[in-house]
Design a protein around this ligand. Structure first.
Ligand code: ADE
Length: 367
């Protein structure tokens, strides 16, 4: 077998060889699990829903309780939702149990209790995604479709050297194309169980024991010592939008600043009096200011808005920042908000500041 010396798409002969090796490994090594002994689509579906939520060892007793209490889809459909939720208790993510109950009624009401017999039709049921639809179609109806879960992504990416991001759309397409090519047309049920089991027992996420693997160094990851890097999963960063409203308190050409503390951005740098809001604010009135010291400052000062809106992108945050000048007449005696002090022009120049603060002071002609 010469699969994947350089991320090669296997030819037909290699696919047959891959299938033969995988199946013989499975027949010798697989765990006898009850959902592997049945062709009942209802029970297979139950097992897959449970196994999406938990590992085999923890899921097994749930599977047994569910199939005992609700042996057919009619029993589950007729059940009281509270009883279903109670039986699900401990698995978490209760909307999954509620969806499952809903789908059981859908199968009874719309399909007379018979699950649709292809992945494409199964996909129309509520809560069934690509993976579950393919798993039921292959296990119960021997349709030659690949069920691709996390285990299967890992196995394919390592053996065939697929380095595309498995979470991206292009990556998913590439994996799906390879999976369609690999899936056994003669025995898709065993093929799919074998891929899942191979990922669960042999090609495990951390420190797989490749010295005993049937694919040896014909596996791309083993040959290139890339087990730790494959599969590639690039998590999209969740970017938080924040709205910062800065008041540059100025008196006698001095600016009120303070050092930022705590675990937020820019710790140790100096900035101005800040009010964060949940939405863009176009005037201080939008900010519901309650601090009496600051209210007093506002009352005694001349407020001018900096018209330019600044946006600033950090790794996990997108900041939209607005500035106001608060000019206090030289003769006014005022208190600054706690922790703040006035700094002279020369001092402001040398204080460590976020780039954004430096930029605005230059653009406003202060520095
Ligand atoms: N995880 C998801 N589906 C599974 C299955 N059919 N057998 C074992 N583990 C699984």
């Amino acid at each position: 077998m010469h699969i994947s010396e350089n991320n090669l798409i296997p030819d037909d002969f290699e696919v047959i060889d891959f299938n033969r090796r995988l199946k013989s490994w499975y027949l010798e090594n697989h765990r006898p699990l009850p959902w592997r002994e049945t062709k009942d689509p209802y029970k297979i579906w139950l097992s897959e829903v449970i196994l999406q939520q938990t590992r085999v060892a923890q899921g097994l007793p749930y599977y047994e309780r569910f199939t005992e209490q609700y042996p057919t889809v009619f029993d589950l459909a007729a059940a009281d939702e509270r009883d279903v939720l109670r039986l699900w208790q401990g698995l978490g993510y209760y909307s999954r149990a509620r969806n499952m109950h809903f789908t059981a009624r859908q199968v009874v009401d719309e399909y007379k209790g018979n699950f649709p017999q292809s992945a494409e039709k199964l996909l129309k049921l509520k809560g069934l995604g690509q993976y579950t639809a393919a798993a039921i179609a292959a296990f119960a109806f021997d349709e030659a479709v690949p069920a691709i879960d996390g285990n299967v992504y890992r196995v394919m990416s390592r053996i065939f050297g697929i380095q595309s991001d498995m979470l991206s759309n292009e990556g998913k397409k590439e994996f799906a194309a390879l999976a369609r090519q690999l899936v056994s047309k003669e025995d898709p049920a065993t093929y799919n169980q074998a891929m899942i089991e191979f990922g669960a027992l042999q090609c495990v996420p951390a420190s797989p024991n490749c010295t005993v693997c049937i694919f040896g160094d014909e596996c791309y990851a083993n040959a290139h010592q890339m087990q730790g890097q494959l599969p590639v999963k690039i998590k999209k960063l969740t970017v938080k939008q924040r709205f910062l409203n800065y008041f540059i308190i100025k008196q006698d050409d001095k600016l009120a600043m303070h050092e930022r503390r705590g675990r937020d951005i820019w710790t140790g740098l100096y900035d101005f009096f800040l009010i964060e809001s949940n939405a863009p604010a176009s005037a201080p009135d939008d900010l519901a200011i309650t601090d009496p010291v600051f209210q007093n400052l506002l009352a005694k000062s001349r407020l001018t808005e900096v018209l330019k809106l600044y946006s600033h992108i950090l790794t996990h945050q997108r900041l939209q920042v607005r500035f106001w000048w608060l000019e206090i007449p030289e003769t006014e005696r005022i208190d600054l908000p706690p922790g703040m002090a006035f700094y002279s022009h020369e001092e402001v120049e040398v204080l460590p500041k976020p780039i954004l603060i430096d930029t605005i002071l230059r653009e406003e002609g202060y520095l």
